[in-house]
Design a binder for this molecule. Structure first.
Ligand code: HEC
Length: 113
């Protein structure tokens, strides 16, 4: 009985870990240079083509970031700047970046959620 439970717990933990490790945060960190200029600064607003607020990515859920980037790439989400950026990202790039940002400072305490 207890043994079965232990095995189940181990399987569940392994599944959770592999699901979480889809992207490579270290690789994402290297790709992040193109995003830093806008997303790296808390409360940053760009002034071109109009003043708009840049959402914070640090601590954001990885799945959310990947979904958002895919939507920009497909045109489902409409924002000129992000569409042109996402157009150049592969699925792997998106996953790596998402893994990096979900663990990055700014929400690291809550990143485990
Ligand atoms: C020139 C500035 C700029 C750069 C560079 C940039 N972004 Fe963005 N990003 C924005 C703005 C502005 C928004 C909000 C767009 C909107 O309202 O849909 C945004 C939105 C996003 C969102 C959705 C966030 C949310 O809360 O819904 C994600 C994810 C994202 N960017 C990821 C990235 C990644 C990854 C990179 C680098 C590969 C990057 N961005 C580079 C300005 C930028």
């Amino acid at each position: 009985m207890t043994r079965t439970r232990l095995i189940l717990a181990a399987v569940a933990a392994a599944l959770a870990t592999s699901a979480h490790a889809a992207g490579d945060p270290a690789a994402g960190r290297q790709k992040n240079f193109q995003c830093m200029g806008c997303h790296g600064i808390a409360g940053w607003k760009t002034a071109f083509p109009e003043v708009y607020h840049v959402p914070k990515l640090g601590g954001q859920h990885a799945g959310y970031i990947v979904a958002a980037l895919r939507q920009y790439k497909s045109g489902e989400r409409d924002h000129a700047t992000m569409r042109s950026i996402a157009a150049d990202l592969s699925d792997k790039d998106m996953e790596d970046l998402a893994a990096y940002y979900s663990q990055a400072a700014g929400g690291s305490a809550a990143a485990g959620k």
